[in-house]
Design a protein around this ligand. Structure first.
Ligand code: FPP
Ligand code: MG
Length: 311
């Protein structure tokens, strides 16, 4: 893997004019939405929100916005809410006990509250945009929610299949992560620059590949998540597929066999470096869509930070 620096998206774009105010307004609105209302369901959402998160999607919406104007706060709120809802549900599906360094929502509140909470957060994303009366943005968000659900369905179909093609794997990254990154950029750009949606899509794929590498090697203290979840769940991520190609024991583990010592074998196989190279290629592809964008420097820096991150 290339030399890894500490990753903090805000570090690379901290000085963008108007960013601080925009993110503060997004945060304030997120807080308001869950301030007392639906008991445990809102409390669970509130806690999941406060556990942190990089706020990368609102940041993308901001950076994609046209010169001299920030995107509406509702756009940043909506993309962060969809992201939060999908993680709350994802942790139930993955049986993941920890998220953002704290017990995941189902682990703390039980599955029923977690599912209801995810549903409520999901619905709120649409109502935030509906309040703005922007039909095109609503259509973008609806299309994105469908892509996330298709990603989840595809992931279930591919589980425990060590012969999954690289193409299907990348399709999964595109649906489950690229789609929302792309939507964040498109909502931010307000339909002005379609190429920013392509930037977001490629960046999201790079982000997911790095996520999958970190799942093999990341320290829980740094990623805030328990490592090895993908192998346990039989999810054929790019690093696991590359390792399975070369190592029969990894292949058997990915098909549901014994997992003892397998992450070490994955690391020894060179698969992490291969997957990381592909993440770099997607990061470069993302940058190839940037032309006369007013925040090109920040968008490029972000694309680099995404592949160098450790959490
Ligand atoms: C995290 O993947 C999960 C996603 C990016 C999307 C999950 C989508 C759904 C559960 C379906 C749609 C649901 C709603 C409410 C929109 P990961 O498990 O690879 O990442 P992780 O390591 O952070 O858990
Ligand atoms: Mg997960």
């Amino acid at each position: 893997m290339s030399a890894v620096r500490s990753y903090e998206p805000l570090d690379v774009v901290r000085d963008a004019s108007g960013l601080k105010e925009y993110l503060e307004a997004v945060e304030q609105r997120l807080d308001e939405l869950f301030a007392g209302g639906f008991g445990a369901v809102d409390l669970a959402a509130q806690q999941a929100l406060r556990a942190g998160g990089k706020r990368l999607r609102p940041l993308l919406a901001f950076l994609a916005s046209p010169p001299g104007q920030a995107p509406p706060v509702a756009a940043g709120v909506a993309v962060e809410l969809i992201h939060l809802a999908s993680l709350v549900h994802d942790d139930v599906l993955d049986g993941a006990p920890v998220r953002r360094g704290a017990p995941s929502t189902w682990n703390e509140f039980g599955q029923q509250v977690a599912l209801a909470s995810g549903d409520r957060v999901f619905a709120l994303a649409f109502s935030e945009l509906a309040a703005e009366g922007r039909l095109r943005d609503l259509a973008t968000l609806a299309e994105t929610a469908l892509a996330l659900a298709r990603g989840e369905a595809l992931q279930r179909d591919l589980r425990f299949d060590p012969h999954t093609s690289v193409e299907a794997q990348l399709r999964l990254c595109s649906l489950k992560t690229g789609s929302l990154f792309s939507a964040a950029c498109r909502l931010g750009a307000g339909g002005r620059r379609r190429s920013l949606g392509e930037y977001g899509l490629a960046l999201g794929i790079a982000f997911q590949i790095v996520d999958d590498v970190l799942d093999c090697v990341g320290e829980a203290g740094e990623t805030g998540k328990a490592p090895g979840t993908d192998l346990r769940e039989g999810i054929p991520t790019l690093p696991l597929l590359f390792a399975a190609e070369r190592d029969e024991t990894v292949r058997a583990a990915l098909a549901g066999g014994p997992r003892e010592g397998v992450l070490e074998r994955v690391a020894a196989s060179g698969a992490l470096e291969r997957a990381h190279e592909i993440a770099h290629a997607y990061s470069r592809k993302a940058c190839s869509y940037l032309n006369g964008d007013s925040r090109r420097r920040e968008l490029e820096a972000l694309a680099q930070a995404v592949v160098e991150r450790r959490r």
